[in-house]
Write a protein that binds this ligand. Structure first.
Ligand code: PEP
Ligand code: MG
Length: 570
């Protein structure tokens, strides 16, 4: 099975199928000694749901439709069916899954059996089963004693188990984030493009991943052995021993290669002809700063602050103080190195509420990538925007902070941004809060911005090219849509021209310019970006060593000569 390779390396493991709506169910391993108490938790949940359903039946008004009572009977029958709660115990005993995880695993198995039923009436009972499972999950949550750390997935803490790979139709970026300290050694999803935010988070986890594998979650079964080749985008189900041996060999090779590359950590990134290059890190959460330093980044080039706003109930967005603490934590963790904080880029495939791409596209907004996202969202929520600006400004009292604004296209948006910054500074002065000098930069990720780069450079201290969006908007290709991913072409002459023009113009005005899109961390583009004059690259920490190796081997003058001979393809 083929998909789009988004995070390199080879993963081999047993499939854990997770329905998109259930990725937020707690997934963690229990100690062997916890098996019986966990099964007891499950029984207690079943009894609670049985009592709840029994109560509903008892209190049913005499004139209630008879179907309602019949439905409750069906639910009670499903609840007591050995195939549900009994078989769920298997996942707890044999796999040491926590009860919630075991229940969702068993639901996936049963749902598939229902899907295959010939009889319409029986097939439709799947919805009832799902409702019963929802009730059980609710009861388990009520009973407590769940995830040790509150986060969805926790590292396995005992050895001897098979490695696991996660298979889902779609994973929202917010949910992907929960897999940061994950038990999974690989990911496969049916949908998504190379630079969809789900793919970006997968890459930041540095775990082999394939997206856009269309039928994966239908064809792969719970517990199947799966090989994920994140280098070329191949997914193999139930590999033969020979194939498995080949992939295990490749796995060892790539581990050795990674170890070798880590030795470059403290080597400065300088080309053969002596050009010094700045390699910065892209991070999503404050905790990622450690990985950035560890990888040898000389600063944070992109802190995607919107991830602080995700996985929260609406109405509970992080306030000024909470944001300030988060930004300050990154600034302090980076030990004096610069930290570029991007104001929220909410919207498009990063909705505030937990929503899959499918829901976004079909139920809420027809064209989310062109909708109210990033700076458009911030300017339409002025008090929230100023709150974030104050938090960022306050963090600058603790180190070097730069402020970066996403998706600007209009001069009115530039004015609106600077007005908000001025107002935020005034408010801080009035309340006597300290802040330092904060350079303000614009992301160049809409063709309009690249074409007006001169005007942008008049207002901003620096620019950073967001190639992920720049490609999407230049070529009118939804970056998260696998069905057009073959047209998402970073080498397209129009894209190359806009990048080249932005770098050249910024350099000629003496303003810093970097690339923080996925292109910066892809070794295929290093020479060409160097040739355009780029000297600042920002990428996931895991990619820094690979790009550094490219830079150490590159001759920027020769790259410039070579690139003028190259004919880009459309
Ligand atoms: C980009 O568009 O290239 C970028 C870095 O921003 P994001 O991927 O978060 O949209
Ligand atoms: Mg972007």
């Amino acid at each position: 099975m083929f998909g789009i390779p988004v995070s390199r390396g080879v993963a081999i493991g047993r499939a854990v199928l997770v329905a998109s709506s259930r990725v937020d169910v707690a997934h963690y391993f229990i100690e062997p000694a916890q098996v019986e108490p966990e099964i007891e938790r499950l029984r207690a949940a079943r009894d609670a749901v049985a009592a709840e359903l029994g109560g509903l039946q008892r209190d049913m008004p005499a004139d209630a439709p008879s179907e309602l009572s019949a439905l409750l009977d069906v639910h009670l029958m499903l609840l007591h069916d050995e195939a549900l709660t009994g078989a769920t115990g298997h996942w707890i005993r044999e796999r040491h899954y926590n009860a919630e995880w075991a229940l969702s695993a068993q639901l996936e198995v049963l749902a598939r059996q229902f899907d295959e039923m010939e009889n319409d009436y029986l097939r439709e009972r799947k919805a009832d089963l799902e409702q019963v499972v929802e009730r059980l999950l609710g009861a388990l949550m009520h009973l407590g004693g769940g995830a040790p750390s509150g986060l969805g997935v926790n590292p396995r803490d005992f050895a001897g188990e098979d490695p696991l790979v996660l298979v889902a139709n779609d994973i929202a970026p917010a949910d992907m984030l929960q897999f940061k300290r994950s038990v999974f050694t690989g990911f496969v999803t049916d949908v998504g493009g190379r630079t969809s935010h789900t793919a970006i988070v997968a890459r930041s986890l540095d775990i082999p991943a394939v997206v856009g594998a269309r039928e994966a979650s239908r064809v792969i079964r719970q517990d199947d052995w799966v090989v994920i080749d994140g280098d070329v985008g191949i997914v193999i189900i139930d590999p033969s021993p020979i194939v498995l041996e080949e992939y295990r060999f490749r796995q060892r090779q790539s581990e050795l290669e990674r170890e070798r590359l880590t030795r470059l950590r403290h080597t400065p990134a300088v080309t053969l002809d002596g050009e010094r290059v700045e390699l910065l890190a892209n991070i999503e959460l404050p905790g990622d700063a450690a990985a950035a330093l560890e990888a040898g980044a000389v600063g944070v080039g992109l802190f995607r602050s919107e991830f602080l706003f995700m996985n929260r109930s609406s109405g509970d967005l992080p306030g000024e103080d909470e944001q300030y603490e988060a930004y300050r934590a990154v600034v302090e963790a980076m030990q004096g190195l610069p930290v570029t904080i991007r104001t929220v880029d909410i919207g498009a495939d990063k909705p505030l509420e937990r929503m899959s791409l499918h829901e976004l596209r079909h139920e809420h907004v027809l064209n989310p990538a062109l909708g109210r996202r990033a700076i458009r969202w911030s300017l339409s929520e002025p008090s929230m925007f100023r709150q974030q600006l104050r938090a960022i400004l306050r963090a600058s009292a603790h180190g070097q902070v730069r402020l970066l604004v996403p998706m600007l296209a209009h001069l009115s948006e530039i004015r609106g941004t600077f007005d908000a910054i001025t107002r935020a500074k005034q408010q801080l002065n009035e309340s006597g809060r300290a802040f330092g000098a904060v350079p303000v930069g614009a992301m160049i990720e809409v063709p309009a911005a690249a074409l007006m780069i001169d005007r942008f450079l008049e207002s901003f201290d620096f620019v950073s090219i967001g190639t992920n969006d720049l490609i999407q908007y230049t070529l009118a290709i939804d970056r998260a849509d696998e069905s057009v991913s073959h047209l998402y072409d970073p080498w397209h002459p129009a894209v190359q021209e806009l990048i080249d023009r932005t770098i050249r113009t910024a350099r000629s005005r003496g303003k810093p310019v970097s690339v923080c899109g996925e292109m910066a961390g892809d070794p295929t583009f290093t020479a060409s970006l160097l040739a355009m004059g780029l000297r600042s690259f920002s990428m996931h920490p895991a990619q820094i060593a690979t790009i550094k190796q490219q830079i150490l081997r590159a001759d920027s003058r020769k790259a410039r000569e070579d690139s003028s001979e190259l004919q880009p393809t459309a």
